[in-house]
Design a protein around this ligand. Structure first.
Ligand code: GRF
Length: 214
């Protein structure tokens, strides 16, 4: 199901799954304000009732839902079935994970195979998992960055849709590096989602302080 917009173009109905502040969510919402953007953000869903991004989404006029994982008492698939029901009810066609801090089971990854994207704060396949900026500094890499990829059964794996690289600078702390990467995440995610929805092939894009390739 795709909602018609002014001018007759169909936009893909996208849900964003968050667990926290939702700055990548905000970047996607901002991009989708452009009627020419190929996605409409139709739903923001969180597993945490206290996720800061929920208020941001609501103030942007976007429907929000919470499916708290705690009452499911460790039954991750049952939690995901509840989420999936809401996604289907809302006519969602693509799901963007944006700081969604739950490991997914094969149920949800299979249900949304090829239709679920994630953003990860490293140049995958380097540094899957948590604490990527600390690990980048400890390892001594000179180039770090972020990746948008399709979600598969394995955590932080799956076909890469785009990456943005940033330099690691002298004197970097994990927080400084994270902030530099996050600025690129906010450019990369909307661009990678748009290219994915338009079925366009990857092409490198230059930006003044980073290589953004989607
Ligand atoms: C981002 O760094 C994202 O790459 C990672 O979690 C963080 C979420 O930040 N998956 P935000 O909630 O989008 O601000």
């Amino acid at each position: 199901m795709a909602a018609p917009v002014t001018g007759g173009a169909a936009r893909t109905r996208v849900a964003i799954l968050i667990s926290g502040r939702g700055s990548n969510m905000t970047a996607l919402i901002e991009a989708a304000r452009d009627p020419a953007y190929p996605a409409e953000i139709a739903l923001v869903l969180s597993n945490r009732p206290d996720a800061g991004g929920l208020a941001t989404a609501a103030s942007a006029g976007i429907a929000t839902r919470v499916v708290d994982h705690r009452p499911f008492k460790g039954d991750r698939e049952a939690h995901e079935r509840a989420i999936d029901t809401l996604l289907v009810e809302a006519g969602i066609e693509r799901v963007c994970l944006a700081g969604y801090m739950r490991l997914l089971t094969p149920f949800l990854t299979a249900r949304w195979h090829g239709r679920m994207l994630n953003i990860h704060p490293s140049l995958l396949p380097a540094f899957p998992g948590l604490h990527t900026h600390e690990r980048a500094l400890e390892t001594g890499v000179r180039i770090h960055g972020c990746t948008v990829h399709l979600v598969t059964e394995l955590m932080d794996e799956g076909p890469i849709l785009g990456q943005a690289a940033v330099p690691v600078l002298a004197g970097d702390t994990p927080d400084r590096l994270a902030a530099r990467v996050l600025r690129q995440e906010h450019l990369l995610y909307p661009a990678a989602l748009a290219r994915h929805l338009r079925g366009e092939h990857a092409a490198p894009l230059a930006s003044p302080d980073a290589l953004l390739a989607v």
